[in-house]
Ligand binder design. Structure first.
Ligand code: HPA
Length: 285
């Protein structure tokens, strides 16, 4: 069995040879949201291909580099592109970047995704703060032997760990308040994760709605599980790129997902830029 901790340590050692900052906040950019990385100041971009053991994204719209720099003066590590289980990656590979961010010093994370809207009141182009998730991918990111050395905060790194506050309440409130300041409404929702890559059937979406889901997507939950294992606090944000299957009489396609991402780039960028220093100062307290 591969020693993920040693591999992650090797990746961190390489990254540290390339940078002079010590990021404490990590950001994972979902489909169509990668443009945010262009707003990082003093940026050093490290291609995933150069980082030992780092998985490579095969999906259009996920460019595959780690951008380290500052946002509003705060040192951040931004993942421009992620890998998904539907690409054929194992859980250890999907979550490897999050493990690396943790060992790099990240203690809070903004994890974003593109999602289909299940709640009828959602609209394409709308951002939603993730309040909780339902993991229907059929697997769990913390599968396999427990590695207590990934416990970065007091009490973390345990075999069994709490998920009742997976999406930090304080960060959600901050995001909702900041959205109001910027003139728009950010609602909260439950994100349901499927394995993909097929989009869902209308019957699945009806079932998911009954289960209490507001959005559906193919990412995020595994990174969040691993973040919580390490004691990293999470803000989750979904960009609703389309209404989920059967909610409206339209087909879903990936190009539409990308296009919507570009259309909200300005709003997404100003929200994140304002939240970064707030999240870091709350985490420090
Ligand atoms: N389903 C699953 N994942 C998605 C969707 C969807 O409708 N839209 C964007 N990612």
């Amino acid at each position: 069995m591969t020693d993920i901790f040693s591999n992650a340590t090797a990746a961190v050692s390489y990254i540290q040879t390339q940078i002079s900052l010590a990021p404490t906040l990590g950001i994972i950019l979902g489909s169509g949201l990668g443009g945010f990385a262009d707003h990082v100041d003093n940026a050093v971009a490290i291609p995933y291909a150069d980082i030992p053991h780092f998985p490579q994204s095969t999906v259009k719209g996920h460019s595959g580099q780690l951008v380290i720099g500052t946002i509003a003066g705060v040192a951040v590590a931004v993942m421009q592109g992620r890998v998904h289980a539907y690409e054929g990656y194992l859980m250890d590979e999907v979550t490897f970047p999050m493990r690396v961010l943790g060992l790099l010093g990240v203690r809070s994370a903004i994890i974003t995704n593109a999602a289909g809207g299940i709640r009828a009141s959602l609209k394409p182009g709308e951002l939603v703060a993730i309040a909780d998730h339902i993991n229907l991918t059929g697997t769990n990111a913390a599968l396999g032997p427990n590695e207590p050395r990934f416990g970065l905060a007091e009490g973390s790194g345990q075999r069994f760990f709490d998920m009742s506050t997976a999406y930090a309440l304080g960060f959600r409130r901050m995001a909702i308040d900041e959205a109001i300041r910027q003139g728009f409404t950010l609602t909260e929702g439950v994100y349901l994760a499927v394995l993909g890559p097929s989009f869902e059937t209308p019957a699945e979406i009806r079932a998911f709605r009954t289960l209490g889901a507001d959005m559906v997507g193919m990412s995020t939950v595994h990174e969040v599980i691993v973040a919580r294992h390490m004691g990293i606090e999470v803000l989750g944000l979904s960009l609703v790129t389309n209404m989920a299957a059967g909610i409206v009489d339209e087909q879903i396609d990936h190009e539409e997902v990308m296009e919507i991402g570009r259309s909200v780039e300005k709003r997404f960028t100003s929200l994140l830029t304002a939240l970064v220093p707030q999240i870091v100062s709350e985490s420090a307290t």
